[in-house]
Design a protein around this ligand. Structure first.
Ligand code: ADP
Length: 650
């Protein structure tokens, strides 16, 4: 193939621009990213070679070599991994395969500070090389391909790149960075070594650098200098981090390991590292990120946990290892018992995998419980006994983290109610909601229960599209009047998730917009009597309303829910809530038609006026339509509504 020029996919060009303009303040991360790619490439070869050992050819070693050339101003990172064919170089280094990339790019504002925050959610990878280099050359030969079918890829990181066929003796890839004028500080063995130990110590492959030694000047008076000796030495620990004892690993090392497996830019919120022995033996190192990735909600998002078997990398999208609702977790699981040639199908069925999965879910949930427990400390300063609790530094560091976690991943965690029956109670305990007591989503179900009114028999909640709509919903009126707290749910997933949570700790959950409201012991005798009398006295009027609205309402009845509003709509027990129906319709799904129940407030002047009114029919329809509007619904025939209101106004 003679030299060809290709344009970058539009998203790559955008990403490149963003990377070089927003990450220049932290240029050194390029080394972590490129070594991490080199290590992945070696992992992939090892995995493919399980079935075809000829892929190793005459180079059995898997390693990374790091070198620099002061005169040419280059840094080269060479691995003996899987390599790339010509087409792979074009595809992998010229396009971004991640789904959702386009949508992510559209969110960028052009404001460099704000966008630099976002880039962390994306992961920079290979393109981070352009922070320090104004040209990158990649030379690569895919394992199994002949020497004459290697590829050279070159780009200056703006609009396009070129590829040509070359001959390359070694399998694997060399990434050659031609450093920018102002990035010469990286051309030093000392600097590179210190970056390797900072960022890549935990990589399980050896990272080699050529030894240097001091040489005096040739002649008297000429300066001496460091010269290369031709001997290579390993400059990292070269043992996988998770295999080392906990006590030998520093916080920084845990954090760096996280960043290199996740390509995240920020430190994680928490992690758990354990060796599990028992029915099956494995090591888990699981992290909770601080920020949601851009593709948290794309359907084919890759799972974040890498599976190893006896230190050998097997796959990094092993969905079987954690349920969907924990898809934000990153980390490594290394099993001692699974076979090395484990396939995806086998993973689904393996008993060992089931045990690992159960164990990992438990571990993540207890990590979250621990964060939740230490989220707020103001209560822990002085106990009732007058003794002031001392909060350890470690616990103090956890302050506020659960709130942060919940803002990023709370909605995903809720999916667990429907997905993980075995842990439903634990998940429910971890949920937080806004309520009529708190606009911020900080109320746990346990907090709510502890505040329940004497005689209150249910945990009340309402679902709506926005917090304002929930707070101002007419359905809340009687609860406000009686000072009963109601949970306000505005996440899209709430409605669905709540279907799976009928009770919490023995107390039923009850939507205030569903079924006949039974305030039970919260209503006193007098109120009950008044309600019964009203129902009796209103019977003829209700019958008339029912007739007038027979196309719209399933039933019409008097209500105990309302104080200030004339009417509201409720759904029958067992029917889909109107909020859910709206969401499904928006998503383009067909929804079974079920008519709501209209409840009227017998105390309201408008309702009182109905009886005997010459405008009865118009008023009845207005009452219904207003109730629908008040809960955020859409009128079927807005023009007819306007006409009726105008007729009455005139
Ligand atoms: P990511 O690693 O997140 O997929 P990168 O932009 O870092 O994204 O790399 C893009 C792709 O290029 C990788 O997925 C891989 O297929 C390929 N690649 C990068 N570096 C190497 C390498 N050293 N050896 C083989 N393939 C590589």
């Amino acid at each position: 193939m003679s030299k060809q020029t290709h344009s970058f996919q539009a998203e790559v060009a955008q990403l490149l621009h963003l990377v070089t303009h927003s990450l220049y303040s932290n240029p050194e991360i390029f080394l972590r990213e490129l070594i991490s790619n080199a290590s992945d490439a070696c992992d992939k070869l090892r995995f493919e070679a399980l079935n075809d050992s000829s892929l190793y050819g005459d180079q059995p070693n898997l390693e990374v070599r790091l070198s620099f050339d002061k005169d040419a101003r280059t840094i080269t990172i060479t691995d003996t991994g899987i390599g790339m064919s010509q087409q792979e170089a074009i595809d992998h280094l010229g396009t971004i395969a991640k789904s959702g990339t386009k949508a992510f790019m559209e969110r960028l504002s052009g404001d460099q500070k704000a966008d630099a925050q976002l880039i962390g959610q994306f992961g920079v990878g290979f393109y981070s090389g352009f922070i320090v280099a104004d040209r990158i050359t990649v030379e690569s030969r895919r394992a199994g391909l002949p020497e004459t079918e290697a590829v050279r890829w070159t780009s200056n990181g703006t609009g396009d790149f070129s590829v040509e066929t070359i001959t390359r003796k070694e399998r694997g890839t060399s990434v050659i960075l031609h450093l920018r004028e102002d990035q010469q500080e990286f051309l030093s063995a000392w600097k590179l070594k210190s970056l390797v130990s900072k960022y890549s110590d935990h990589i399980s492959l050896p990272i080699l650098m050529e030894k240097e030694e001091w040489k005096d000047g040739e002649k008297e008076g000429e300066p001496g200098g460091m010269v290369k000796t031709g001997e290579w030495e390993t400059v990292n620990k070269a043992s996988a981090l998770w295999t080392r004892p906990k006590k030998d690993i520093t916080t920084e090392q845990y954090q760096e390991f996280y960043k290199s497996i996740s390509h995240d830019y920020e430190n994680p919120l928490a992690w758990a590292h354990n060796r599990v022995e028992g029915n099956t033996e494995y090591t888990q190192l699981l992290y909770i990120p601080a920020k949601a990735p851009f593709d948290l909600y794309t359907r084919d998002k890759r799972a974040g946990v890498k599976l190893y078997v006896k230190r050998v990398f097997i796959m990094d999208d092993a969905e079987a290892l954690l349920p969907q609702y924990l898809r934000f977790v990153k980390g490594v699981i290394d099993s001692n018992d699974l076979p090395l040639n484990v396939s995806r199908e086998l993973l689904q069925e393996s008993r060992d995998v089931r045990l690992i999965r159960d164990g990992s879910v438990k571990r993540v949930l207890s990590m979250l419980e621990d964060l939740a427990k230490h989220d707020r400390h103001e209560a822990a300063t002085e106990g009732a006994d007058g003794v002031t609790d001392v909060v350890s530094e470690e616990d103090k560091a956890k302050e506020g983290k659960y709130t942060q976690f919940y803002a990023e991943f709370g909605a995903v965690l809720k999916e667990g109610l429907g997905e993980d029956f075995a842990n439903r109670e634990r998940i429910a305990r971890l949920l937080r909601f806004a309520s009529t007591n708190s606009d911020a989503p900080t109320v746990s179900l346990a907090d709510y229960k502890a505040r329940m009114k004497e005689g209150q028999e249910a945990i009340y909640y309402i679902t709506a599209e926005t917090l304002a709509a929930a707070k101002n919903s007419p359905q809340l009126e009687v609860f406000k009047k009686k000072g009963i707290e109601v949970l306000l749910m505005t996440d899209r997933v709430d409605e669905w998730a709540l279907n799976y949570l009928h009770e919490f700790d023995g107390t039923p959950l009850q939507s205030v917009a569903r079924g006949a409201i039974d305030l039970g012991k919260l209503q006193d005798e007098e109120e009950k009597k008044a309600a019964e009398e009203a129902a009796e006295a209103f019977k003829p009027l209700l019958a008339k309303l029912k007739e007038a609205l027979k196309d719209k309402a399933e039933d019409v009845r008097v209500t105990a829910r309302l104080v200030d509003s004339p009417a509201c709509l409720v759904v029958k027990d067992g029917d889909m809530s109107s909020q859910m129906a709206r969401l499904l319709r928006q998503a383009g799904q067909s929804v079974p038609v079920s008519k709501p129940v209209l409840e009227v407030n017998p105390e309201h002047p408008l309702v009182k006026k109905l009886d005997g009114s010459v405008h009865f029919n118009d008023l009845a329809h207005i009452l219904f339509d207003q109730a629908l509007l008040a809960e955020g619904g859409q009128l079927e025939d807005p023009a007819a509504y306007v006409k009726r209101v105008n007729a009455l106004l005139a």
